[in-house]
Design a protein around this ligand. Structure first.
Ligand code: 475
Length: 821
């Protein structure tokens, strides 16, 4: 079904017009990039009408709006996704085909807007897609980074970071909205003045300020004409160049201001699950929060509401602690600017703010040094002091005399501002992102808070959008499902996939299903040939681990196991091994040395293994450069095995696991994060589960770990692999290259716990699970069944389900319908 409002002829003319007006060219002499621009602007033109209607309807219906505050939105390419959601992909493909243009090739011209690191940023993007699709008025608020996540190059096996100049050719879908510009102030001092009633007024003086300029990016609902906005803020100097000040000192001041402003939004910090404590990062946080809240407050008033009605009309969902200054900024706006009493303001703030926790990794906890914080945000700091004073008073009341409690729970402690504590004290809702994760929050990490305020805690298991990760990423499979179910409705109701379950006993369907997998493997093989110049066998098992590189995610366990398999092949050439292609994709944060060493190790193993003719190509290792949303789509569709092997308790949820499952890959994983729920849905017999449980891990951690030397001494295969880290096998003769990795597993030099992530402890059990994978794959029919049942059982993991839960339990907002005028 096509959207009738999209007229093919008109669309073609529009493209030609755009080419003429933008580039003075015709279709024949335009470059692919120029065509991409012309087509995107033509698509945007169609979007505009729906966008205007959405805003109108939203006002008319007096909707409560969800404001999703996030430092990251990893939206990925827009063109193809927008066409899918507008239900015009095929029509545009045809229209372009008639002009002799390939839509697929044009899609590759779009730079991924990579305004996020990994899971947290991509989740925000999936949520926006679901909100629009379900018809909920919503705004994403974030930063228009000049440089997004760096582009990764692999040189001699090492990661190189290349700046991501994603705006180089301009971004056709965004809209600059200078009329919404907000001023944001930093630094200076606070002067207190008293009015005639002796009310204190707090006046910020000697501050530096910048303008926050709004850019809107349309977020298109699926087949419903709804268009929400992703609002990203750019920073500009307030003092503009004035030629008449060219000769005076003002000129230099103007240039200086320009720099101060520009560098705020220069770059996305490339840390995933890690807090670095950089002043500029705090500046970024306050910059986009202040701009977003000021403009939300203005919009509220413009719509004719009183400030006191705010909690009926707006909800701020804070994506981790990064936007948590919102709590204090809202208090500042309500008390200092709107003249509300502290109690009134707190009543509103605590009804408007909700907080999502995404990680229990201690190195990710945001704790700002008070001196830095109070210097940059003097008034915000005062407000936090008052919030803390009142919160501590509550703790005292509840636990009289328990100073230890106060020390553990207060917001300000040991010269630091603990952002998670601020978020929990202020928010009416605190949620984890998978059932296990929420339980760990309640009973371990945030135990004190849960005990005192159990009503705030709730779980919202993550989900992913099937529009991008099934319809767009895997058109072959989507078409097949449509055919089998006799409906396309799974695009908005993923639970319908369970009707595929009977096909698990239908040989014909199974072979069709695996035929589609094979086609997708061919597509990935072509990508690998083009980018890595490695030939991979599409009849081998595609065993894939793609995600950010982090020690807790244990890419190291995976590659050590590959080293083990390779040893086995060499030692026992008589044994049979099912052909396997181990595929990795991962960016390491630029400053994360150990993660970079692991990338180098993977590439070294690839180099050795792929060039050893004696194993007859039975084993290949591929490291896909620059893993990002666009190539992820190709990778998920082609995977047989989904590696989800984090140390139990460490991966809050995982969302890649769901994208693999949707595309018929079988999970090889630990009982961690959402894996637990995936296994619950698909059945344990349709996954490969191994390793310590989260309870066991937590128990070992509390008791100072275990002794990895026992394993080294007892298991000669593991010993051999470990020795190979320091005997030059994979270091081109350099024995020191992987010494740090070796030491971290057996005897860390920095006094930390040996094998912190239980890699050796879980090795044997992982090896067994891998053998089960091998055996299961040999039985082609059994494998096909498992794969199909994974797709058929993924219904729960649509972000549509997640969003409906947020609405029902936290946001309480209402759907709108954007109709014809
Ligand atoms: C979890 N990122 C996944 C995903 O809920 C989970 C970014 C900047 C600074 C510090 N940390 C980050 C994260 O913490 C993050 O991406 N967390 C991830 O959130 C969505 O599925 O398990 O690791």
């Amino acid at each position: 079904m096509f959207d009738t409002r999209f007229d093919k002829k008109k669309f073609q003319t529009e493209i030609q017009e755009n080419l003429k007006n933008l580039f003075r060219k015709s279709v024949e002499d335009a470059s692919s990039q120029e065509l991409f621009q012309a087509v995107s602007f033509a698509v945007k033109e169609v979007i505009m009408d729906d966008w205007m209607k959405t805003k109108k309807t939203e006002k008319k219906e007096e909707s409560k709006v969800v404001v999703y505050l996030s430092m990251e939105f990893l939206v990925g390419r827009a063109l193809g996704n927008n066409l899918i959601n507008m239900k015009n992909y095929k029509m545009v493909e045809e229209a372009l085909d008639e002009l002799g243009v390939d839509l697929n090739a044009l899609e590759d011209e779009e730079r991924d807007p990579a305004l996020g690191n990994g899971g947290l940023g991509r989740l925000a993007a999936c949520f926006l897609d679901s909100l629009a699709t379900l018809g909920y008025p919503a705004y994403g608020c974030g930063i228009r980074y000049r440089y997004g996540m760096f582009r990764q190059k692999i040189e001699e096996g090492y990661q190189k970071e290349i700046p991501d100049d994603w705006l180089m050719n301009g971004y056709p879908f965004e809209l600059r909205r200078p009329e919404y510009t907000q001023e944001v102030r930093f630094g200076g001092n606070i002067r207190v003045e008293h009015d005639e009633f002796n009310n204190a007024k707090f006046i910020q003086e000697n501050y530096q300020s910048v303008n926050a300029v709004l850019y809107e990016i349309p977020i298109i609902g699926y087949n419903n004409h709804m268009v929400n906005s992703l609002c990203v803020w750019d920073a500009e100097p307030i003092v503009n160049f004035r030629l008449d000040s060219f000769d005076s000192g003002d000129y230099y001041k103007a240039v200086e201001q320009e720099n101060v402003a520009r560098n705020i939004v220069d770059v996305l910090y490339p840390n995933d699950n890690h807090y670095a404590g950089k002043e500029l990062r705090l500046k970024q946080q306050y910059f986009f929060i202040s701009a977003s809240l000021q403009s939300a407050l203005k919009a509220l008033k413009e719509r004719g509401y009183a400030v006191k009605e705010m909690d009926k009309k707006i909800i701020f969902q804070m994506n981790d602690t990064h936007p948590t200054v919102a709590v204090a900024e809202l208090m500042r706006l309500l008390v200092d600017e709107e003249g509300l009493s502290w109690e009134e303001a707190w009543g509103i703030t605590s009804k408007c703010c909700a907080y999502t926790n995404h990680t229990i990794m201690s190195e990710a906890l945001e704790k700002w040094p008070i001196d830095l914080f109070s210097r940059l945000l003097p008034r915000i700091y005062q407000i936090i002091q008052e919030i803390d004073r009142r919160f501590v008073e509550q703790i005292h009341q509840r636990y009289p005399g328990n100073e230890e409690k106060v020390r553990r729970m207060s917001i300000l402690c040991d010269g630091q501002v603990r952002m998670a504590h601020l978020a929990i004290a202020a928010a009416f809702s605190v949620n984890g992102v998978a059932r296990l994760h929420t339980e760990i929050l309640k009973h371990q990490e945030l135990k004190d808070f849960y005990e005192m305020m159990p009503e705030k805690f709730n779980n919202k298991t993550n989900g992913v959008t099937q529009r991008r990760f099934l319809l767009h990423a895997n058109p072959e499979l989507s078409n097949w499902i449509t055919d089998k179910l006799g409906t396309e409705d799974f695009a908005t109701n993923l639970e319908l996939l369970e009707n595929l379950k009977p096909l698990a006993d239908n040989d014909n369907a199974l072979s069709e299903f695996m035929g589609i997998k094979r086609k997708n493997k061919e597509r990935l093989a072509a990508y690998i040939k083009k980018h890595n110049n490695i030939e991979v066998d599409v009849d081998s098992i595609f065993d894939v681990q793609v995600k950010r590189l982090h020690e807790y995610k244990r890419q190291l366990l995976n590659i050590l196991h590959v080293m083990y398999v390779y040893n086995q092949m060499k030692e026992h050439p008589e044994k049979s091994y099912y052909k396997r292609t181990y595929i990795f994709g991962a960016k390491a944060s630029a400053g994360y040395t150990r993660a970079k060493e692991i990338i180098k190790l993977i590439n070294s193993v690839a180099e050795v293994v792929n060039n050893d003719r004696s194993i007859n190509g039975k084993l290949k290792v591929v490291f896909i450069e620059d893993y990002r949303v666009s190539n992820a789509e190709i990778i998920f569709a082609a995977a047989d095995v989904s590696e989800q092997i984090s140390t139990a308790s460490k991966e809050a949820s995982g969302t890649g696991n769901m994208k693999f499952m949707m595309n018929g890959a079988v999970t090889l994983g630990t009982m961690d994060g959402a894996n637990v729920e995936i296994v619950e849905e698909v059945g344990r017999e349709n996954a490969f589960i191994f390793g310590l449980s989260s309870e066991e891990v937590i128990h070992f951690e509390k008791n100072g770990g275990y002794n990895p030397w026992d394993i080294y001494n007892q298991d000669q295969d593991i010993r051999k692999v470990l020795d190979q880290l320091v005997d030059g096998t994979y270091g081109n003769g350099d024995k020191e290259l992987y010494r740090n990795i070796y030491d971290s597993l057996l005897s860390p030099k920095d006094g930390s716990m040996a094998d912190m992530y239980f890699i050796l402890k879980d090795f044997a059990s992982y090896r067994d699970a891998q053998e089960q994978v091998d055996a299961a794959y040999r039985d082609q029919k059994r494998w096909a069944k498992m794969a199909l049942l994974n797709t058929a059982s993924c219904g729960k993991f649509s972000s549509d389900r997640t969003i409906e839960e947020y609405v029902a339990d936290i946001w309480h907002s209402k759907k709108i319908k954007v109709g014809e005028e």
